[in-house]
Design a protein around this ligand. Structure first.
Ligand code: SF4
Length: 270
């Protein structure tokens, strides 16, 4: 595979540098890293000057291989959906079966999935939901929620993904919560979360990205010279119900969505 011709730092220098979050990432540097990794494209930064876009476009590695890989992965998941007995799997994954489709709640919103892996919803379908949703339905093992919370590294396979999880999920969400004190409260209202008491946390909220994949976000605000603390925990059933890579995808997608919500709240009324 061809090596990228630009480093994230070189790309960063050509970006607006406003860290506005419109690309769903917390900073321009994170956007530059995502470009190099092939996860985003130049047009995902709406504020990038046309001349800079043209210069960068000429020096970036093509994304085709990455897109092909993702498309093949989705094709495999959809093919696997055809082998699943939807009526039988529904109670195991906290879904209901109706009109030959599964109805699944994600973050308080309903999604319908048919035997071909086609996902529909009343709300906008967010691309990062689709793959974890189909992975969840087609996962071989199923477990009930236990109420025992584990850190990401304690989940099966979590240690291998820990560095990425910290840099893409916990750290940006902590920075976002620091900059937007009302954000976590808003998330509870928007996504049918609930709070629980948690040792030393100012706020501890439970969300259900998938019915049997509950996550717990614990946040302690900064105080005097102490930095804030944010940890994301998972019910121990999570790693049984979903592959660790899909858990990571789900969480990083959530953080990108929260970043966008925070940016919208900061925008002055037009
Ligand atoms: S959209 Fe992203 S890359 Fe573009 S200016 Fe905003 S934060 Fe930076």
């Amino acid at each position: 595979m061809a090596k990228p011709t630009l480093t994230p730092l070189e790309i960063y220098k050509a970006l607006p540098g406003t860290n506005c979050g419109k690309c769903f990432l917390p900073s321009c540097l994170a956007f530059a890293a995502a470009l190099v990794a092939g996860r985003l494209k130049l047009s995902d930064c709406p504020d990038l000057a046309p001349d800079q876009r043209q210069t960068l476009a000429g020096r970036l590695q093509p994304r085709e291989s990455r897109e092909t890989e993702q498309a093949e992965f989705m094709d495999k998941l959809r093919a696997k959906m055809g082998t699943i007995d939807l009526a039988a799997v529904a109670p195991l994954i906290g879904a209901t079966y109706q009109d030959q489709r599964l109805a699944i709640r994600s973050m308080g919103k309903d999604f319908l999935v048919d035997a071909h892996g086609t996902v529909t919803s009343e709300c906008h379908i967010i691309p990062w939901v689709e793959a974890p949703l189909l992975s969840y339905i087609t996962h071989r093992t199923h477990a009930e929620i236990t109420g025992k919370w584990l850190s990401f590294r304690e989940l099966q396979g979590g240690i291998d993904w820990q560095g990425l999880f910290t840099s893409r999920c916990e750290t940006p969400l902590r920075q976002l919560a620091d900059a937007n004190p009302d954000l976590l409260g808003d998330i509870i209202d928007l996504f049918m979360g609930r709070t629980i008491p948690w040792y030393e946390a100012d706020i501890a909220l439970i969300l259900h990205p998938l019915p049997k994949v509950p996550i717990l976000i614990c946040y302690q605000a900064p105080e005097e010279d102490l930095e804030s603390v944010l940890n994301i925990f998972f019910d121990e059933c999570c790693a049984v119900n979903l592959h660790i890579k899909s858990i990571f995808t789900l969480c990083s997608g959530l953080v990108q969505m929260f970043t966008k919500i925070a940016a919208q709240h900061r925008s002055p009324p037009t």
